[in-house]
Ligand binder design. Structure first.
Ligand SMILES: Nc1ncnc2c1ncn2[C@@H]1O[C@H](COP(=O)(O)OP(=O)(O)OP(=O)(O)O)[C@@H](O)[C@H]1O
Ligand code: SF4
Ligand SMILES: [Mg+2]
Length: 362
């Protein structure tokens, strides 16, 4: 079992998390039985195509889903308590003080009419009752320095900051409560490429220094290889594959979806390292398929894949895939009817996949 990742070390465990949005077009099933675990102090990379449900899952953990339109099920276990069952007051204190989130666009988190310093001090006052004004000012300076912004610029307004500096300021605000878990949802995507690397470096340094756990949501597989201890690959609202970064990048066996995503990375230390598009369309989120949601796009699909939702199969104590292939065995012949077999590697075996090393070497 990849239960080794779900041990006493676990800080956050999502178990069978479901989220559906009520819309005029019907129920949009954004998260469909998501399982993942984040251990204390580790960085988990959450990757997957657009619409996979990454942000929705993060918002569910933060309790920031639209209350009247989102239907949430399953369990969100944080420090042994199911956040979905706790009273509102207790929830507010956990979510505000122990879990923080950094969003993709820094302007959504900053108030344009307050100075950056005032906003960080405000965040401090909310989380640290009893802090004097002088202590709050000193801590604001420390936080700004920690994220690489000159404390002397604290009296400037967000519009006077560059994009990269704004994101640094938002990170400083998220760190004000000294969270045990930081969720960073594509924290560098909105920034210039040159600034992205610097901000990421800052996040990495802070994470190491503060020893907090982090969920890093990203489309950049190079970033995952560089920063993450473990990886969850999301497809249609569930974990298609999960394991240590080494398992997922270097393992001999991989979920066909992960294989597709990783397909066009020439070198993990090189330039082209964003997720590659996979042929075919992502499933319609208003219609939950009976079997595996990846069937129409999967080059290894079998008849059983259409009929039965695949179980989570353990490849090792740290590595799982949600796919029928491991239980069916390595020497399968495709059993779809002629003309039904998706194009790709016809008859490709489960164990024949090449390994890809984290360092990009063959
Ligand atoms: N507020 C909402 N109301 C209705 N549907 C929504 C809402 N937010 C997201 N969705 C839908 O839920 C699904 C998951 O969206 P989500 O934003 O969580 O994906 P994502 O993995 O974060 O994608 P991206 O990589 O583009 O950020 C999508 O089908 C999306 O259209
Ligand atoms: S369960 Fe079947 S369709 Fe789904 S990923 Fe595995 S082989 Fe492909
Ligand atoms: Mg998103």
């Amino acid at each position: 079992m990849w239960s080794e990742l779900d041990s006493a070390e676990s800080l956050l465990s999502l178990r069978g998390l479901t989220v559906a949005y009520e819309t005029d077009e019907g129920l949009v099933r954004a998260v469909n039985g998501l399982d993942l675990t984040v251990r204390r102090g580790e960085t988990l990379g959450l990757v997957g195509e657009t619409g996979a449900g990454k942000t929705t899952a993060a918002l569910a953990v933060m309790g920031l889903l639209p209350a009247r339109r989102a239907v949430v099920g399953g369990e969100i276990i944080f420090e042994g308590e199911d956040l979905l069952k706790l009273p509102e007051k207790r929830l507010r204190s956990i979510r505000g003080e122990q879990i923080s989130m950094v969003f993709q666009d820094p302007m959504t988190s900053l108030n344009p009419s307050l100075t950056v310093g005032a906003q960080i001090s405000e965040a401090l006052e909310v989380h640290r009752a009893g802090l004097s004004a002088r202590q709050a000012a000193a801590r604001t300076d420390e936080l700004l320095a920690l994220v690489g912004v000159q404390p002397s610029r604290k009296n400037e307004y967000p519009h006077q900051f560059s994009g990269g500096m704004r994101q640094r300021a938002v990170i400083a605000m998220a760190l004000a409560c000294e969270p045990k878990l930081l969720i960073a949802d594509e924290p560098t995507t909105a920034l210039d490429v040159t600034i992205q690397a610097q901000v990421l470096e800052t996040i990495e340094e802070i994470q190491t220094r503060l020893k907090m756990a982090m969920i890093l949501i990203t489309h950049d597989l190079g970033v995952v290889a560089r920063c993450c201890d473990s990886v969850a690959v999301m497809y249609f609202g569930e974990t298609a594959e999960g394991g240590t970064a080494q398992d997922v990048y270097e393992g001999l066996t991989r979920h066909p979806y992960t294989d597709g995503l990783f397909g066009s990375i020439p070198d993990l230390e090189g330039e082209a390292k964003r997720l590659s598009p996979i042929r075919g369309l992502a499933p319609d989120p208003t219609a939950l398929p009976e079997g595996c949601a990846f069937v129409p796009r999967c080059p290894l699909a079998r008849e059983i894949c259409r009929r039965r939702r695949p179980p989570a199969a353990a490849l090792s104590s740290t590595h799982m895939v949600r796919c029928h292939l491991p239980e069916l065995g390595p020497d399968l012949k495709p059993d779809l009817k002629p003309g039904e077999e998706p194009s790709g590697r016809p008859g490709g075996g489960w164990t024949e996949r090449p390994s890809r090393r984290l360092d990009g070497r063959p």
